[in-house]
Design a protein around this ligand. Structure first.
Ligand SMILES: *Cc1c(COP(=O)(O)O)cnc(C)c1O
Length: 222
């Protein structure tokens, strides 16, 4: 068995039914994606537009590509025709731009709103206050070509598991709050995209429905 296959077998044991696994293949070659595909994986995550489009062209068409990085408005058009979900929507303006690009290609794109839960200043995302205000304001409801499917977040880069747990818990509570207020009857608003190689166990305990795992599957990135 290949190392990717062995890693996937171990990781799959820890992921309960109902939690989706996004295999984060960024910086790894198309061959590595194909190996994971051959093990049955269909959800793959990339964080750079050019890398994503190059891989999508070469690889099987039934792969669902998730864009998980910071997306620049001028690059949306390259992924709009095929991307399955965009995780890192961190401003209303970006949502409007995704809507426009999706309309042009006759699609509706599933999106997650990125919430800033970490201590670091550098991580992108809405604050809890900002996202509540944006949803309350209601203008987003007129964007017919994007579908809000939940929230995404990244914990602080730290060994302190208690802090990470607290940050994930905050994201899940925020999800529950906005779900009740704005998406109570919308089954598709269902996702908490939290958890990476080092913290997906905690994330699952704290309500993750989607983990994004890279290095534990494909090895360290160059
Ligand atoms: C790279 C990346 C991951 C995967 O990180 P690993 O630690 O390699 O599992 C998950 N989410 C985002 C947003 C990433 O950029």
């Amino acid at each position: 068995m290949s190392s990717v296959a062995v890693a996937l077998q171990n990781i799959r044991k820890n992921i309960p039914h109902g939690v989706a696994l996004v295999c984060v293949s960024k910086f790894h070659p198309a061959e590595a994606v194909q190996e994971a595909y051959n093990c049955g994986e269909r959800l793959f995550g990339e964080s750079r537009v050019q890398e994503l489009t190059a891989k999508a062209e070469r690889l099987p068409k039934d792969i669902q590509w998730h864009f998980i990085g910071h997306l620049q408005s001028n690059k949306i058009k390259y992924i709009a025709p095929f991307v399955s979900m965009i995780h890192g929507v961190d401003s209303y303006k970006l949502l409007v731009e995704i809507n426009k690009a999706a309309q042009k290609v006759g699609r509706t794109i599933d999106c997650l709103l990125q919430i800033h839960i970490a201590q670091e200043e550098t991580k992108f995302g809405f604050s809890a206050h900002e996202v509540k205000e944006m949803l309350q304001q209601g203008e987003w409801k007129s964007l017919a070509h994007v579908r809000l499917c939940g929230l995404m977040g990244m914990a602080t880069f730290t060994d302190n598991q208690l802090q990470v747990a607290e940050e994930f818990t905050r994201l899940t509570s925020l999800f529950n709050e906005v779900k009740a207020l704005h998406f109570a009857n919308q089954a598709h608003f269902a996702h908490r995209s939290i958890g990476m190689s080092d913290d997906y166990g905690v994330a699952i305990q704290k309500g993750s429905t989607m983990v994004r795992i890279g290095s534990s599957i494909f090895g360290t990135r160059a």
